[in-house]
Design a protein around this ligand. Structure first.
Ligand code: SAH
Length: 248
């Protein structure tokens, strides 16, 4: 079981697999006023940077579940590197339907809401692991500017304009689900560059190291087209944020 191999190639060098930067991730951890020993569940935990750095900086404990074998291995190594291997556990597996044995203080899905079939389904899934009064964290794109055409939405790698909302409407949608938005950290264009542009050097180096691989054509095509696509579409039109929610 794994995610499509192309992501394991293009994001192999990423510690954070979304447009949030290390400083914003730390700001989010501080903003949540986490108590030492707080329990966090992270669905789609990637390379584990959130749980590992928050374990080091704020003393949390956590479980992360991710379908990428590579990212999960990287998360375990990162935990050892930061001296928090006794505080965090990373499970390689499908997080769809994953509910923790013990209730957690924070239940997160940061940039992987397809796991629950969309934002509302993911909130429902996370709520099943959450203690009363706990916090749900959702990382999700929104339209920074509404795309004028469906072509522009597709340029942002969305299927259609209706995939995402503008920020006020996304916040309203949380409210409509019965949640207070109690904190948020928004990515900026530099953060998008860290996420997208970091793939380009990784792809270039991978092409040099793997000339006979079956994915060479696909990676070559992406490396050629991605900088212009990113600058034209994602960087201009897409926003991204992590939203902290508490049930009313
Ligand atoms: N939250 C992490 C990773 C976000 S990228 C971070 O912020 O860095 C999305 C992640 O979801 C990837 O790591 C991918 O491997 C994982 N993923 C995709 N489908 C999944 C599934 N069904 N179950 C668990 N993880 C999944």
């Amino acid at each position: 079981m794994d995610i499509p191999r192309i992501f394991n190639i293009t994001e192999s060098a990423h510690r954070i697999h979304n447009p949030i930067t290390p400083d914003k991730l730390a700001t989010l951890g501080a903003a949540l006023r986490l108590e030492s020993g707080a329990k966090i569940l992270d669905l789609g935990s990637g390379s584990g940077e959130m749980l590992c750095t928050w374990a080091r900086d704020y003393g949390i404990t956590g479980i992360g579940v991710d379908m990428s074998q590579l990212f999960t291995e990287q998360a375990k190594l990162r935990a050892v590197e930061l001296g928090v291997a006794d505080k965090v556990k990373f499970i390689h597996g499908d997080a769809a339907g994953y509910v923790s044995d013990k209730k957690v203080d924070v239940a997160a899905c940061v940039g992987a809401t397809w796991i629950g079939g969309g934002v509302s389904g993911t909130i429902e899934l996370l709520a099943r692991s959450l203690r009363t009064g706990g916090i749900i964290l959702i990382g999700e794109p929104y339209w920074r500017q509404l795309p004028p055409t469906e072509d522009v939405a597709r340029g942002c790698l969305a299927h259609s304009i209706s995939d995402f909302l503008i920020l006020p409407k996304l916040l309203a949608s949380f409210s409509n689900l019965g949640y207070d938005v109690v904190e948020m950290i928004l990515a900026d264009q530099d953060g998008w560059d860290r996420y997208e542009a970091a793939k380009w050097l990784t792809m270039r180096r991978w092409l040099e190291a793997n000339p006979g691989d079956e994915l060479v054509k696909e990676v070559r095509a992406q490396l050629t087209s991605e900088p212009e696509r990113h600058a034209t579409y994602t960087r201009e039109y897409l926003g991204w944020g992590v939203f902290a929610l508490m049930a009313r």
